[in-house]
Design a protein around this ligand. Structure first.
Ligand code: FES
Ligand code: FES
Length: 152
């Protein structure tokens, strides 16, 4: 199925089976490798992208469902990596191996869009991505700092 997708504000042409997971479309068809493959069963969150502003797990999101929506990936979170989350991710040394972190950032960004001043409980509920390096404490702290910046 040949379709047009709107990704990070650009139109991309893709020819793939309608059931192809969006993750494979991004990585294999469009060579956008910032979005990671972890579990493949919508559990770990490494593959998180936004579809119409909502965080979705792209390993279980079929291409056909993405047509007509605005998709945002880690490559499009900000034009120059200046999103407050990215700033505090760097300042507070959040990533360890880094593998889960693009998914973490996309989940955190969707959370702040919906809840500008999240509590720890909100963060736990929304950013339930799995990090094998255990960066959860720093993730939470960086989200709070970014939220304060975005409010100011
Ligand atoms: S790779 Fe999609 S949730 Fe783990
Ligand atoms: S930073 Fe290594 S898996 Fe999260």
């Amino acid at each position: 199925m040949a379709v047009s997708l709107s990704i990070n504000g650009e139109i991309k042409e893709v020819d793939a089976d309608p059931q192809t997971p969006l993750l494979w479309v991004l990585r294999d068809h469009l060579n956008m490798t910032g979005t990671k493959f972890g579990c493949g069963i919508a559990q770990c969150g490494a593959c998180t992208v936004h579809v119409d502003g909502a965080a979705v797990r792209s390993c279980q999101y079929p291409l056909e469902a993405a047509v007509g929506s605005e998709i945002k990936t880690i490559e499009g979170l900000s034009p120059d990596s200046s999103h407050p989350l990215q700033k505090y991710w760097v300042e507070m040394n959040v990533p360890q191996c880094g593998y889960c972190q693009s998914g973490m950032l996309m989940a955190a960004a969707a959370l702040l869009e919906e809840i500008p001043e999240p509590t720890d409980e909100d963060i736990e509920a929304y950013v339930d991505n799995i990090c094998r390096c255990g960066t959860y404490t720093r993730v939470r702290a960086a989200i709070h700092k970014a939220a304060a910046d975005m409010k100011a």
